[in-house]
Design a protein around this ligand. Structure first.
Ligand code: 5CA
Length: 443
């Protein structure tokens, strides 16, 4: 993509309503545009990141046997009356009436809808286990939408729902999803910690939040520092029940809790003084085991291998996809702008033509651009006639992992400067090595 043709409405200054750095940087780099409180349009740069995050999540969910579906945003109210949650959700739920006066709502989550699908089509223990997920917009009429996309009213969530025969199978599924979440966040370039949490309106007796440590987080967590040293990408074989159990326990046995269930006395037996710590944190995911809460109230039964009709055991597993865009920026930026982790960067490489209009600079910039495109590298080429200084600032702001500079010096030396955004490391390469080098990093 050439910047001269790209819709990239960057701003010099962040609008004053943006209080946290991620919100400021998202507005300045033209990723989003607010349409009303807590509701945003995603512009090309922001939308690319959103799609990259989705893809990473999708691959991981598929690898543990998840099957993707798509449920609607608008749901009928009657299934929520059946589950008993229609009143509980209070003013957070956006209630709608259609022209025939039927009560509908914009879904804040999908336990009811998925339970309705399950009870219609699945009847036997032979159909289990089943893990269905979708990536869909949700609406919660938050009292205080704030921090840009991090606490929106309309937001994108990946939500999975699991169905199992009994408690034992269901716990195993919970553990598999828990481990899968650790891998997802690691692939997104984040160090996420699992934290025991309050299940809130979703219900159940077992739940973990996945958080990243950040000063602008809305939660407070207390945890054992050894958690920071565990490896989320360990290569154990997760098809074996005992190995899953062991890997899960390694994490789950480390003390970590959100402040609303924190118990000082318990924290001080369990954790030695040198390992105690607490931090602000951003909740990026939340997993729940709630057993038969919905299957009981909504009559989602299966016939077990003894011929008895029993309530199916369920869990749900959410990731805040749109929140993650803000959370990643909170986690990875400097005073010049965003520093995208490689896997979610909207483009991998930025090309800066520092002397637009000069025959050599134009020709070499175009050549490098075309060669990288052919090699399958995602490139954004700044071919505008802006001053070099403003091109530097703009590229740093939008945070692509690598920058390549083509200027008059290259004409003398035949070398092109490369800058690594995250480390600020700079080095020079000739044309062929430059193309090979960048192609190797990204393929
Ligand atoms: N049904 C369950 C899991 S599938 C559920 O709704 N869980 S949740 O309420 O914890 O939401 C899942 C994730 O969505 C949260 O971890 C958070 O990352 C994200 N999320 C929740 N509320 C918002 C919001 N107002 N704005 C942006 N993201 C949000």
């Amino acid at each position: 993509m050439k910047i001269s043709e790209f819709f990239l409405p960057t701003l010099k200054e962040a609008p004053s309503e943006a209080k946290v750095i991620s919100h400021q940087l998202m507005l300045r780099s033209g990723m989003i545009k607010q349409s009303s409180a807590g509701i945003y349009s995603w512009l090309p740069l922001g939308f690319k990141v959103l799609k990259k995050i989705e893809d990473i999540i999708r691959k991981e969910q598929d690898s543990i046997g998840g099957q993707e579906i798509l449920m609607p945003t608008i749901q009928p109210a009657d299934i929520w009356v059946e589950s008993g949650r229609y009143e509980d959700y209070g003013q957070e739920m956006l209630r709608i009436k259609d022209r025939s006066n039927r009560e509908l709502l914009y879904g804040p989550t999908n336990e009811e809808l998925i339970t309705d699908i399950f009870r219609t089509h699945l009847k036997s223990y032979k159909d289990l286990p089943l893990l269905l997920y979708h990536i869909q917009w949700k609406f919660r009429d938050e009292l205080r939408p704030r921090y840009g996309v991090m606490r929106g009213r309309e937001f994108l969530m990946k939500d999975s729902y699991s169905f199992d025969l009994d408690l034992e199978q269901s716990r195993l599924t919970y553990q598999k999803n828990f481990l899968s979440y650790l891998r997802i966040f690691a692939r997104l370039g984040l160090k996420a910690l699992p934290v025991k949490a309050n299940p809130g309106p979703i219900g159940g007796d077992l739940s973990h939040e996945f958080v990243i440590l950040a000063p602008n987080g809305e939660s407070d967590i207390f945890f054992d520092k050894t958690l920071l040293e565990l490896d989320p990408l360990s290569k154990e074989n997760y098809s074996d029940k005992n190995i899953i159990d062991k890997a899960y326990n390694k994490w789950a046995q480390c003390y970590s809790v959100t402040d609303d269930i924190y118990n000082e006395k318990e924290y001080n037996q369990f954790v030695s003084p040198e390992n105690r710590t607490n931090s602000r944190a951003i909740e990026v995911g939340h997993v729940f085991y709630f057993g038969t809460k919905y299957s009981k109230s909504m009559g989602a039964n299966i016939i077990n291998n003894k011929g008895e009709s029993v309530n199916v055991h369920m869990g749900s597993y959410g990731i805040g996809v749109s929140r993650l865009v803000g959370a990643i920026i909170e986690y990875s930026h400097d005073d010049k702008g965003i520093i995208w982790p490689i896997n979610v960067a909207p483009f991998s490489v930025g090309i800066l033509n520092l002397k637009n209009g000069d025959e050599y600079c134009d020709r070499m910039s175009e050549l490098i651009y075309q060669n990288l495109l052919i090699a399958g590298v995602e490139v954004l080429y700044d071919d505008t006639s802006e001053r070099a200084g403003s091109k530097f600032a703009n590229m740093d702001l939008i945070g692509l992992p690598y920058q390549v500079f083509i200027g008059l010096k290259s004409k003398e030396t035949g070398l092109f400067e490369i800058k690594e955004r995250s480390t600020n490391k700079r080095y020079f390469l000739a044309l062929d090595s430059l193309i090979n080098h960048l192609t190797e990093i990204f393929n």
